[in-house]
Design a binder for this molecule. Structure first.
Ligand code: FAD
Length: 296
């Protein structure tokens, strides 16, 4: 299970945009762990271009009838409750017709696809989800109709920051196990850690990890105080995930052929790092956000 997604990304949607009745109904199970959460935005034709989503929710009496499909949904197999981005109206500005529905996964017409085979993050499930005339009570609408895209954009800040924090933690983890390894691996009659290349490489890696930490230490309290940190969060997500991948690559190199074996933990750091540059907004999208904030 992708637990930061459950606790730090999806639950805050219900906490912030849910009404009292919805909070009483859903939050206790989320806290006890009986209810697992997911958020379904991405579709085959709406990833980076999220406003282009085409899953529809058409009102029929006191229900919405949902049709469409989602892809790459983390916790997609395990989720009991999924926040689904749907189109409730056709408007000139495509983002204005988007709403968020909370849909129970045991509802008729909600179908989980296969657990997708990823190159990394094997301990976490990722799925397609299909909606075939899935009837959802209007009480399951989160916040106001037509404001879903704004909610997603607001909450994406926290999601991106969580990804950046994960990137920092993973880079530090990769460095720690590599430091141990180079002290113990001997070649040409001396420990690998005594070669100048190893010392310089790991000195550079440790410097980047330390810089990342300082950046986050400054950013997290500002985010928690509700300051506008869109530019800085975008920088953190983009730069730290690139740094994480570079660190994982450089550390794996120190392990030689052993680093390419799944038996060695460093291989997992490497494959798990790759997706960080893609989800939560591809890094190219984040550079666009930074450039916009720079008013270029
Ligand atoms: C393991 C995993 C877990 C995920 N979990 C979830 C989840 O829980 N919920 C959910 O809704 N989604 C989830 N996603 C989806 C993820 O957010 C999307 O994959 C991501 O937003 C990119 O969309 P896309 O895959 O359609 O790529 P596309 O939108 O097709 O983009 C392809 C590439 O084009 C480039 N690009 C895109 N936009 C621009 C631009 N403006 N300028 C320049 N270049 C650009 C980038 O290099 C990008 O990687 C997950 C994905 C993965 C792989």
């Amino acid at each position: 299970m992708f637990w930061p997604l459950h606790s730090d990304i999806v639950l805050p949607y219900i906490d912030l945009y849910g009404n009292e009745e919805q909070k009483k109904k859903w939050i206790p199970g989320c806290i006890s762990g009986e209810t697992i959460l997911a958020v379904a935005m991405t579709e085959p034709d709406a990833g980076s271009d999220l406003a282009n989503l085409s899953t529809t929710a058409v009102k029929d009496g006191d229900h919405y009838v949902v049709n469409g499909s989602k892809i790459f949904i983390s916790n997609g197999q395990l989720a009991d409750l999924c926040i689904v981005a749907v189109r409730t109206s056709e408007t000139e500005k495509s983002y204005a017709g988007v709403s968020l529905l909370v849909i129970e996964s045991d509802r008729k017409g909600y179908r989980k696809g296969n657990n997708l085979k990823k190159i990394g993050m094997h301990a976490q499930d990722t799925s397609e989800i299909f909606f075939d005339d899935c009837r959802v009570p209007v009480e399951n609408l989160l916040g106001k109709e037509g404001e879903g895209f704004i909610y997603l954009m607001q909450k994406l800040q926290q999601e991106r920051l969580i990804i950046a924090i994960g990137a920092y933690a993973a880079a530090e983890g990769a460095l720690d196990i590599t430091l141990d390894y180079v002290k113990n691996r001997k070649l040409f009659g001396k420990p690998l850690g005594k070669f100048q290349n190893t010392r310089f490489t790991l000195a550079e890696v440790a410097t980047k990890v330390q810089l990342a930490r300082s950046f986050l230490d400054d950013l997290i309290p500002r985010h928690m105080a509700g300051k506008n940190v869109v530019k800085e969060v975008s920088m953190a997500k983009y730069w730290l995930t690139e740094m994480q991948f570079d660190v994982a690559d450089k550390c794996l190199q120190m392990f030689g052929g052993y680093g390419y074996m799944r038996e060695y933990l460093i291989s997992r750091f490497f494959v798990d790092a790759r997706v960080q540059r893609i989800y939560g907004g591809a890094n190219e999208v984040l550079k666009e956000v930074i450039a916009r904030e720079l008013k270029i």
